[in-house]
Design a protein around this ligand. Structure first.
Ligand code: NAP
Length: 291
Protein backbone atom coordinates (compact mmCIF):
# COMPACT_ATOMS: atom_id res chain seq x y z
CA UNK A 1 0.00 0.00 0.00
CA UNK A 2 1.53 3.40 -0.93
CA UNK A 3 2.33 5.47 2.13
CA UNK A 4 1.74 9.22 2.29
CA UNK A 5 2.66 11.73 4.97
CA UNK A 6 0.14 14.57 4.94
CA UNK A 7 0.93 17.78 6.80
CA UNK A 8 -1.53 20.67 7.30
CA UNK A 9 -5.21 20.03 7.99
CA UNK A 10 -6.80 23.43 7.40
CA UNK A 11 -9.83 24.06 5.20
CA UNK A 12 -8.04 22.61 2.18
CA UNK A 13 -5.67 20.08 3.71
CA UNK A 14 -8.30 18.27 5.75
CA UNK A 15 -10.27 17.32 2.66
CA UNK A 16 -7.14 16.44 0.69
CA UNK A 17 -5.90 14.12 3.43
CA UNK A 18 -9.31 12.45 3.42
CA UNK A 19 -8.95 11.77 -0.31
CA UNK A 20 -5.82 9.68 0.33
CA UNK A 21 -7.76 7.60 2.84
CA UNK A 22 -10.66 7.25 0.38
CA UNK A 23 -8.18 6.07 -2.25
CA UNK A 24 -6.70 3.30 -0.09
CA UNK A 25 -3.38 4.93 0.83
CA UNK A 26 -1.78 4.44 4.20
CA UNK A 27 -1.65 7.96 5.69
CA UNK A 28 0.34 9.54 8.51
CA UNK A 29 -0.90 12.97 9.58
CA UNK A 30 0.47 15.99 11.34
CA UNK A 31 -1.15 19.36 11.98
CA UNK A 32 -0.16 22.15 14.36
CA UNK A 33 -3.51 21.73 16.14
CA UNK A 34 -4.26 18.09 16.69
CA UNK A 35 -8.07 18.29 17.01
CA UNK A 36 -8.48 18.81 13.27
CA UNK A 37 -7.15 15.28 12.76
CA UNK A 38 -9.63 13.46 14.99
CA UNK A 39 -12.09 12.29 12.34
CA UNK A 40 -9.27 11.31 9.97
CA UNK A 41 -7.65 9.22 12.71
CA UNK A 42 -11.02 7.56 13.27
CA UNK A 43 -10.99 6.71 9.55
CA UNK A 44 -7.62 4.95 9.83
CA UNK A 45 -4.90 7.60 9.57
CA UNK A 46 -1.93 7.49 11.95
CA UNK A 47 -1.37 10.60 14.07
CA UNK A 48 2.30 11.60 13.98
CA UNK A 49 4.02 13.46 16.81
CA UNK A 50 5.83 15.85 14.44
CA UNK A 51 6.31 16.47 10.71
CA UNK A 52 9.47 14.33 10.96
CA UNK A 53 7.52 11.49 12.54
CA UNK A 54 4.91 11.74 9.76
CA UNK A 55 7.62 11.67 7.09
CA UNK A 56 9.37 8.56 8.40
CA UNK A 57 8.78 5.69 5.92
CA UNK A 58 6.63 7.84 3.60
CA UNK A 59 6.90 7.37 -0.18
CA UNK A 60 5.53 10.89 -0.69
CA UNK A 61 5.18 13.84 1.67
CA UNK A 62 2.38 16.29 0.87
CA UNK A 63 2.11 19.64 2.63
CA UNK A 64 -0.79 22.13 2.63
CA UNK A 65 -0.12 24.96 5.06
CA UNK A 66 -0.72 28.69 5.12
CA UNK A 67 2.39 30.45 3.82
CA UNK A 68 6.20 30.57 3.50
CA UNK A 69 6.81 30.60 7.26
CA UNK A 70 4.53 27.62 7.85
CA UNK A 71 6.04 25.72 4.93
CA UNK A 72 9.62 26.38 6.13
CA UNK A 73 8.66 25.29 9.59
CA UNK A 74 7.08 21.95 8.62
CA UNK A 75 9.85 21.03 6.18
CA UNK A 76 12.99 22.46 7.76
CA UNK A 77 12.09 23.61 11.27
CA UNK A 78 12.62 21.67 14.47
CA UNK A 79 11.47 18.08 13.75
CA UNK A 80 10.80 19.08 10.15
CA UNK A 81 9.78 16.50 7.56
CA UNK A 82 13.05 16.87 5.62
CA UNK A 83 15.10 15.45 8.48
CA UNK A 84 13.36 12.07 8.55
CA UNK A 85 12.44 11.52 4.90
CA UNK A 86 13.92 8.54 3.04
CA UNK A 87 16.16 9.20 0.04
CA UNK A 88 14.31 9.77 -3.26
CA UNK A 89 11.01 10.54 -1.58
CA UNK A 90 8.62 12.89 -3.39
CA UNK A 91 8.20 16.25 -1.64
CA UNK A 92 4.90 17.69 -2.88
CA UNK A 93 4.35 21.28 -1.71
CA UNK A 94 0.69 22.23 -2.35
CA UNK A 95 0.62 25.39 -0.20
CA UNK A 96 0.62 28.73 -2.02
CA UNK A 97 4.08 30.05 -1.24
CA UNK A 98 6.25 32.77 -2.76
CA UNK A 99 8.34 32.05 -5.84
CA UNK A 100 11.52 32.71 -3.91
CA UNK A 101 10.51 30.30 -1.16
CA UNK A 102 9.51 27.56 -3.63
CA UNK A 103 12.93 27.76 -5.32
CA UNK A 104 14.87 27.89 -2.05
CA UNK A 105 12.91 25.00 -0.54
CA UNK A 106 13.39 22.95 -3.70
CA UNK A 107 17.17 23.51 -3.44
CA UNK A 108 17.27 22.61 0.24
CA UNK A 109 15.22 19.45 -0.22
CA UNK A 110 17.06 18.38 -3.37
CA UNK A 111 20.34 18.65 -1.46
CA UNK A 112 18.86 16.18 1.01
CA UNK A 113 17.98 13.73 -1.78
CA UNK A 114 14.25 14.48 -2.08
CA UNK A 115 12.41 15.19 -5.35
CA UNK A 116 10.51 18.47 -5.15
CA UNK A 117 7.15 18.97 -6.86
CA UNK A 118 5.89 22.55 -6.86
CA UNK A 119 2.13 21.95 -6.72
CA UNK A 120 -0.12 24.83 -5.68
CA UNK A 121 -3.77 24.28 -6.43
CA UNK A 122 -6.93 26.03 -7.52
CA UNK A 123 -10.36 25.05 -6.23
CA UNK A 124 -12.36 25.66 -3.08
CA UNK A 125 -12.37 23.41 0.01
CA UNK A 126 -15.27 21.38 -1.41
CA UNK A 127 -13.14 20.60 -4.49
CA UNK A 128 -10.31 19.60 -2.14
CA UNK A 129 -12.59 17.18 -0.30
CA UNK A 130 -13.86 15.60 -3.52
CA UNK A 131 -10.52 15.26 -5.36
CA UNK A 132 -11.45 17.89 -7.94
CA UNK A 133 -8.62 20.38 -7.54
CA UNK A 134 -6.59 21.67 -10.45
CA UNK A 135 -2.91 21.09 -9.73
CA UNK A 136 -0.52 23.76 -11.02
CA UNK A 137 2.74 21.90 -11.30
CA UNK A 138 6.31 23.03 -11.68
CA UNK A 139 8.61 20.01 -11.75
CA UNK A 140 11.11 17.97 -13.62
CA UNK A 141 9.11 15.84 -16.11
CA UNK A 142 10.45 12.54 -14.72
CA UNK A 143 9.57 13.57 -11.15
CA UNK A 144 6.06 14.48 -12.28
CA UNK A 145 5.63 11.03 -13.86
CA UNK A 146 6.66 9.42 -10.57
CA UNK A 147 4.33 11.74 -8.67
CA UNK A 148 1.19 11.10 -10.74
CA UNK A 149 -0.16 8.25 -8.55
CA UNK A 150 0.14 10.58 -5.55
CA UNK A 151 -1.51 13.49 -7.34
CA UNK A 152 -4.45 11.48 -8.72
CA UNK A 153 -6.43 11.31 -5.44
CA UNK A 154 -6.44 15.10 -5.01
CA UNK A 155 -6.54 16.51 -8.53
CA UNK A 156 -8.98 16.27 -11.42
CA UNK A 157 -6.53 18.11 -13.70
CA UNK A 158 -2.77 18.60 -13.79
CA UNK A 159 -1.29 21.60 -15.58
CA UNK A 160 2.47 21.25 -15.93
CA UNK A 161 3.81 24.79 -16.41
CA UNK A 162 7.51 23.91 -16.54
CA UNK A 163 10.37 23.48 -14.06
CA UNK A 164 10.12 23.93 -10.29
CA UNK A 165 8.69 27.38 -9.52
CA UNK A 166 6.61 27.61 -12.70
CA UNK A 167 3.46 26.29 -11.00
CA UNK A 168 3.87 28.87 -8.26
CA UNK A 169 4.37 31.69 -10.78
CA UNK A 170 1.07 30.79 -12.46
CA UNK A 171 -0.75 30.41 -9.14
CA UNK A 172 0.38 33.88 -8.02
CA UNK A 173 -0.73 35.44 -11.33
CA UNK A 174 -4.08 33.67 -11.05
CA UNK A 175 -4.68 34.79 -7.48
CA UNK A 176 -3.54 38.36 -8.06
CA UNK A 177 -6.04 38.58 -10.92
CA UNK A 178 -8.70 37.13 -8.60
CA UNK A 179 -7.84 39.79 -6.01
CA UNK A 180 -8.15 42.54 -8.64
CA UNK A 181 -11.57 41.24 -9.71
CA UNK A 182 -12.89 41.02 -6.17
CA UNK A 183 -11.56 44.49 -5.30
CA UNK A 184 -13.08 45.91 -8.50
CA UNK A 185 -16.42 44.31 -7.67
CA UNK A 186 -16.36 45.74 -4.14
CA UNK A 187 -15.67 49.23 -5.53
CA UNK A 188 -18.47 48.90 -8.08
CA UNK A 189 -20.96 47.82 -5.44
CA UNK A 190 -19.93 50.58 -3.02
CA UNK A 191 -20.32 53.12 -5.80
CA UNK A 192 -23.74 51.71 -6.71
CA UNK A 193 -24.82 51.94 -3.05
CA UNK A 194 -23.55 55.49 -2.69
CA UNK A 195 -25.34 56.52 -5.90
CA UNK A 196 -28.59 54.97 -4.69
CA UNK A 197 -29.00 52.18 -7.25
CA UNK A 198 -31.18 49.19 -6.43
CA UNK A 199 -28.59 46.62 -5.37
CA UNK A 200 -30.50 43.44 -6.19
CA UNK A 201 -30.78 44.66 -9.76
CA UNK A 202 -27.10 45.68 -9.84
CA UNK A 203 -26.09 42.28 -8.55
CA UNK A 204 -28.19 40.45 -11.14
CA UNK A 205 -26.91 42.64 -13.98
CA UNK A 206 -23.26 42.22 -12.93
CA UNK A 207 -23.49 38.48 -12.56
CA UNK A 208 -25.10 37.93 -15.96
CA UNK A 209 -23.23 40.58 -17.97
CA UNK A 210 -19.81 40.91 -19.55
CA UNK A 211 -17.95 41.26 -16.22
CA UNK A 212 -19.51 38.09 -14.76
CA UNK A 213 -16.35 36.16 -13.91
CA UNK A 214 -16.79 33.29 -11.43
CA UNK A 215 -15.31 35.59 -8.75
CA UNK A 216 -17.87 38.32 -9.51
CA UNK A 217 -20.76 35.84 -9.57
CA UNK A 218 -19.69 34.24 -6.30
CA UNK A 219 -18.82 37.36 -4.32
CA UNK A 220 -21.49 39.77 -5.58
CA UNK A 221 -24.32 37.92 -3.80
CA UNK A 222 -22.42 37.76 -0.53
CA UNK A 223 -21.31 41.37 -0.68
CA UNK A 224 -24.78 42.71 -1.45
CA UNK A 225 -26.28 40.62 1.36
CA UNK A 226 -23.30 41.42 3.64
CA UNK A 227 -23.44 37.71 4.45
CA UNK A 228 -19.93 36.33 4.79
CA UNK A 229 -20.71 33.19 6.80
CA UNK A 230 -18.66 30.08 6.08
CA UNK A 231 -15.40 31.67 4.91
CA UNK A 232 -13.62 29.51 2.36
CA UNK A 233 -10.74 31.89 1.64
CA UNK A 234 -9.70 34.47 4.20
CA UNK A 235 -8.57 38.06 3.78
CA UNK A 236 -5.19 37.10 5.28
CA UNK A 237 -4.61 34.40 2.65
CA UNK A 238 -5.73 36.63 -0.24
CA UNK A 239 -3.44 39.39 1.02
CA UNK A 240 -0.56 36.91 1.25
CA UNK A 241 -1.07 35.74 -2.34
CA UNK A 242 -1.33 39.31 -3.66
CA UNK A 243 1.83 40.23 -1.75
CA UNK A 244 3.80 37.28 -3.11
CA UNK A 245 2.63 38.12 -6.65
CA UNK A 246 3.56 41.79 -6.37
CA UNK A 247 6.93 40.88 -4.84
CA UNK A 248 7.58 38.54 -7.77
CA UNK A 249 6.76 41.37 -10.20
CA UNK A 250 9.04 43.78 -8.32
CA UNK A 251 11.86 41.22 -8.48
CA UNK A 252 11.39 41.18 -12.26
CA UNK A 253 11.49 45.03 -12.36
CA UNK A 254 7.81 45.18 -13.34
CA UNK A 255 5.65 47.88 -11.81
CA UNK A 256 2.12 46.47 -11.62
CA UNK A 257 0.10 49.58 -10.77
CA UNK A 258 -3.24 47.75 -10.45
CA UNK A 259 -1.68 44.91 -8.51
CA UNK A 260 0.05 47.33 -6.10
CA UNK A 261 -3.24 49.21 -5.53
CA UNK A 262 -5.06 45.94 -4.93
CA UNK A 263 -2.41 44.89 -2.44
CA UNK A 264 -2.98 48.18 -0.55
CA UNK A 265 -6.71 47.46 -0.35
CA UNK A 266 -6.10 43.92 0.89
CA UNK A 267 -3.65 45.24 3.48
CA UNK A 268 -6.62 47.20 4.88
CA UNK A 269 -8.95 44.19 4.56
CA UNK A 270 -6.48 42.00 6.44
CA UNK A 271 -6.17 44.58 9.23
CA UNK A 272 -9.98 44.77 9.40
CA UNK A 273 -10.89 41.03 9.57
CA UNK A 274 -7.94 38.75 8.80
CA UNK A 275 -9.59 35.40 9.42
CA UNK A 276 -12.96 36.19 7.87
CA UNK A 277 -14.06 35.76 4.29
CA UNK A 278 -12.09 37.82 1.78
CA UNK A 279 -15.38 39.41 0.60
CA UNK A 280 -15.49 41.54 3.76
CA UNK A 281 -13.04 43.66 1.83
CA UNK A 282 -16.12 45.66 0.78
CA UNK A 283 -16.33 47.01 4.34
CA UNK A 284 -13.06 48.92 3.93
CA UNK A 285 -13.76 50.30 0.45
CA UNK A 286 -14.24 54.06 0.26
CA UNK A 287 -13.35 54.62 3.91
CA UNK A 288 -10.42 56.94 3.34
CA UNK A 289 -11.36 60.31 1.79
CA UNK A 290 -9.47 61.60 -1.24
CA UNK A 291 -7.45 64.74 -0.47
P1 NAP B 1 -6.32 27.43 6.66
O1 NAP B 1 -7.65 26.82 6.78
O2 NAP B 1 -6.07 28.76 7.31
O3 NAP B 1 -5.22 26.38 7.17
C1 NAP B 1 -3.88 26.76 7.29
C2 NAP B 1 -3.06 25.54 7.69
O4 NAP B 1 -1.69 25.94 7.90
C3 NAP B 1 -3.52 24.90 9.01
O5 NAP B 1 -3.27 23.51 8.95
C4 NAP B 1 -2.60 25.57 10.02
O6 NAP B 1 -2.47 24.86 11.23
C5 NAP B 1 -1.31 25.58 9.23
N1 NAP B 1 -0.34 26.55 9.73
C6 NAP B 1 -0.45 27.90 9.73
N2 NAP B 1 0.66 28.46 10.26
C7 NAP B 1 1.48 27.44 10.61
C8 NAP B 1 2.77 27.36 11.18
N3 NAP B 1 3.47 28.48 11.50
N4 NAP B 1 3.32 26.14 11.38
C9 NAP B 1 2.65 25.02 11.04
N5 NAP B 1 1.41 25.01 10.49
C10 NAP B 1 0.83 26.23 10.27
O7 NAP B 1 -5.91 27.67 5.14
P2 NAP B 1 -6.43 26.89 3.83
O8 NAP B 1 -7.58 27.65 3.28
O9 NAP B 1 -6.54 25.44 4.10
O10 NAP B 1 -5.20 27.18 2.85
C11 NAP B 1 -4.03 26.39 2.90
C12 NAP B 1 -3.17 26.78 1.70
O11 NAP B 1 -3.92 26.54 0.48
C13 NAP B 1 -2.78 28.26 1.67
O12 NAP B 1 -1.49 28.38 1.15
C14 NAP B 1 -3.82 28.86 0.71
O13 NAP B 1 -3.34 30.05 0.12
C15 NAP B 1 -4.01 27.73 -0.29
N6 NAP B 1 -5.30 27.67 -0.98
C16 NAP B 1 -6.48 27.89 -0.31
C17 NAP B 1 -7.69 27.79 -1.01
C18 NAP B 1 -9.02 28.03 -0.30
O14 NAP B 1 -10.04 28.17 -1.00
N7 NAP B 1 -9.09 28.06 1.00
C19 NAP B 1 -7.70 27.49 -2.37
C20 NAP B 1 -6.48 27.24 -3.02
C21 NAP B 1 -5.28 27.33 -2.32
P3 NAP B 1 -3.59 25.02 12.40
O15 NAP B 1 -4.73 24.13 11.98
O16 NAP B 1 -2.91 24.57 13.62
O17 NAP B 1 -3.96 26.48 12.43
Amino acid sequence: MPHVAFIGLGRMGHGMAGRYLDSGFSVALWNRSRTKADDLIARGARWAQSPADAARDADAIVTMVADDDASRSVWLGKDGAAFAAKLDVLAIECSTVSFQHACQLANDLTERGLHYIDCPVTGLPEAAASGKLTLLVGADAADLERARPYLAPIGAAIRHFGPVGAGTVFKLINNLMGAVQIAGLAEGLRLAEAAGLELAMVQDALSTGAVASPQVVRHSKRMVARDFAGATFTAALRHKDARYAVELARSLQLNLAVGEATLDVYTQAKAHAPDDDEGRLIEVIGRSKRP
